[in-house]
Design a protein around this ligand. Structure first.
Ligand SMILES: Nc1ncnc2c1ncn2[C@@H]1O[C@H](COP(=O)(O)OP(=O)(O)OP(=O)(O)O)[C@@H](O)[C@H]1O
Length: 329
């Protein structure tokens, strides 16, 4: 029996959707390498546990960064590892695969991603752009002649796109997204609390008390790190108002980019967007009140999708189910 696999090859997470089974794999895009011999020590969840905690000869690497493939060989190994984990060769006769890669992947990299999937046992392999598939996964019918706008805030990129009849009409891709939000929190804590915190701690702060509007100073998080002055371990308490301050500049960039896309959108499609609203998706959209803030600044309703972290993988499922129908697009 032929099978269909959808893969969200994200900067932060890799998700795999199997038609008829749903999302069967969801792991961080991290690989731990032994620097003495370049052997892969761990991939995914196991490698993520090692971030900031490795000895000198082990490096935990994120092979995709800022929406581009920073280390292609390791990306290829990671992709093969995840596909192999599904035991595809023994379970399926060559499955049809749809891979969604970051928007800034070069044509050469696109070809190599397709080859990696073929080598891992794939039959026909399609590559798709993330914002389009995220829109489908968020429930939009992008194939009708009507304007659909999506803001997808991932780990490496924030992609803003207006889509009609299955294609992108106007778009912007920003290299400010979840990863840079985490770095902004690290920089804020260093400057205002004289404390160096690790990437995982900063990410936890973001997930627990990340907020962009109407922050509440009673919502707090205790974070540990290294005191800049004494060099000794120290714990501080940070509140939501501080996190809002740390994220403000970056969030402004997203607002400006979205305004820019709206300005370039043809009037008929703009009318549709005003009626139907903007769909907000991607893990970064889980920051508290981001939908409210965008709606306020853009003067258009903004809807947060139900499972922002799963939209791309779910979108591949929908597209693969209707692959014959959508082939013309
Ligand atoms: N509750 C939360 N609050 C804020 N940010 C969150 C939350 N949960 C996850 N994130 C962030 O979402 C980002 C990952 O989102 P997602 O999985 O959509 O990205 P991706 O598809 O891997 O990346 P890209 O689209 O750039 O390739 C990470 O930066 C993560 O820290």
């Amino acid at each position: 029996m032929s099978k269909y696999l959808g893969i969200d090859l994200g900067t932060a997470n890799v998700l795999i959707d199997v038609k008829g089974e749903g999302i069967v794999l969801n792991e961080p895009s991290v690989v731990a390498i032994n620097t003495n011999n370049n052997d892969v020590v761990a991939v995914g969840k196991d490698a993520y546990m090692m971030v900031g905690r490795t000895p000198a000869n082990i490096k935990a690497i994120r092979p995709l960064k800022d929406g581009v493939i920073a280390d292609f060989d390791i990306t290829e190994k990671m992709l093969q590892y995840f596909i192999d984990k599904l035991n595809m060769r023994s379970r399926f006769s060559k499955p049809t695969i749809m891979i969604c890669a970051p928007t800034n992947v070069t044509p050469v990299e696109q070809k190599s991603i397709i080859e990696a999937a073929e080598q891992a046992g794939g039959g026909k392999v399609y590559l798709q752009l993330e914002p389009k598939v995220a829109a489908v996964g968020a429930g939009l019918d992008i194939f009708k002649p009507q304007g659909n706008m999506v803001i997808d805030i991932g780990g490496g990129t924030s992609d803003i796109a207006v889509i009609s009849m299955g294609d992108i009409v106007t778009s912007r891709s920003l290299r400010f997204a979840g990863d840079k939000m985490t770095s902004a929190i690290q920089a804020y804590v260093k400057q205002n609390h004289a404390l160096i915190i690790g990437e995982r701690t900063a990410e936890q702060i973001k997930m627990e008390i990340g907020c962009v509007m109407d922050a509440d100073e009673n919502k707090t998080f205790s974070a540990s790190g290294i005191d800049i002055v004494t060099g000794l371990p120290k714990e501080i308490t940070i509140n939501e108002v501080e996190v809002q301050k740390a994220l403000a500049d970056g969030v402004d960039q997203i607002v400006e980019a979205a305004k820019n896309v709206l300005e370039q959108t043809p009037p008929e499609l703009s009318g549709d967007i005003i009626d139907r609203g903007i769909m907000l998706t991607g893990g970064g959209s889980l920051l508290r009140n981001l939908d409210k803030l965008l709606s306020d600044k853009l003067q258009v309703p903004v809807l947060l999708t139900d499972s922002p972290l799963d939209s791309v993988a779910l979108g591949t499922g929908v597209l693969l189910e209707n692959i014959e129908k959508h082939k013309k697009y």
